[in-house]
Design a protein around this ligand. Sequence first.
Ligand code: FAD
Length: 468
Amino acid sequence: MSEEIFDLIVIGAGPGGYVAAIRGAQLGMKVAVVEKRGSMGGVCLNEGCIPSKALLDSSELYHLAKDRFAAHGIEVQPPTLNLGQMMARKEDVVKKLTDGIAFLFKKNKIVSFLGTATLLSPENGTHRVEVKGEETKVVSGKKVIIATGSEAVQIPALPFDGESVVSAREALSFPAVPEHLLVVGGGYIGLELGSVWLRLGAKVTVVELLPRLVAGSDGQVAEALLRSLKKQGMTFMLGGKVAGVEKKDGKLVARVEAEGGTTEISCDKVLVAVGRRPLTAGLNLEGLGIAMDGSRIRVDADYATNVAGIYAIGDLVAGPMLAHKAMEEGAVCVERMHGEPSQVDYGCIPGVCYTWPEAASVGKTEESLKEEGIAYKSGKFSFIANGRAKCMDETEGFVKLLTEAEGGRLLGVHILGPRASDMIAEAVTVMAFGGSGEDIALTVHAHPTLSEVMKEAALDLDKRAIHG
Ligand code: FAD
């Protein structure tokens, strides 16, 4: 029997890989996916976006029941935490979604191979991928997309031990609420997981090397988020560095170096969330001569590497390490193989920090506009003056719009507030269509909704906000 040759082999079934595979099948390609973990969906579904949001939603409900219901006239016995049930619900959400991807693969006649992939040298113009699973086999294909994603960065002074000093993976499944969780890194992963455990009763201290939170985000948003999280009880040591951790009398003692000297912090868990790096080990990229840009795979506008027929997408290649960026690249990469002129609009990729209030942004920050010497106008409006936010008792935060000084084209939008993650979609759409602040100001927004804050911020560009 002649060997089956796939049109496309996708390595990794994360958001980049699974979308590429499904889009490829929709376009008529015979697709195989190689995935080494037992379930589909990659980091995002199994140990990233989804379980973290499931826990953020559950812990937010717990906090509301404990501290906020009474103001709405709802009197409940002080709620008690059933952490086991909360974790079981999270696992259930993850399972339903990962099973959903497996179902979509079947529906689209995508063949899955379970095992670790290594690229072999091509033979007669056909790419070959060795899959080491229960048995070892070789899968052949005309084209290969590498979508193996990323892994947590480890600090030499704080090696992961899977129990006390951990990455996000373990912090999504602590068996009990830690007494004191030390979070190393004030980026979105550290703040989200810090928020989960804070709401569930832990003392949480965040140590961040920079003098601010969420590097690269709008400075005013970062400052307001810091104030809000402090008010919620989170402790911060900005401009500090965790130099090491040791065990003393059954506790962990972390040494934090800051300007004023070294402080010792006693805690029982350390979450290291200082970033992620591309996961390329074992793929044999060097063997095939695939060119890199530092730790990322170098690709062109087609997501093609320097080796004909081999492509790369998602966390492996340049750009923000975000699931929706990986998904877009997955679809666009395959559509371009198919001859379609698709592209990802890298200027319009939203970023969200799912704390409460949420921080969401798209496009340029004021800091980057100043650095680039671009003349801009700014319009800002606070949730405090919004009727719906008052009804919800969620009045913290603001929307800030940045537009070209001349012409008014929307350049960036930054939100701190309730459901900022959903609100940012309007800004992304207007920016993607090259729209202006005036386009938002002229658009009817339903009343009473949080989205009216976006309209008022647009009106504020010309100092004509109605309720401000
Ligand atoms: P991945 O999702 O990393 O998938 C790669 C897959 O490849 C994995 O399943 C892996 O097992 C497999 N693989 C690796 N090597 C091999 C091999 N040699 N052979 C076979 N299979 C292999 N992003 C957001 O946009 N929103 C969020 O809210 C968000 N929250 C996050 C929360 C946490 C705690 C973390 C850790 C990340 C979060 N992210 C979020 C980031 C997001 O998860 C990643 O950007 C996204 O998963 C990248 O997708 P990907 O397809 O490039 O790779």
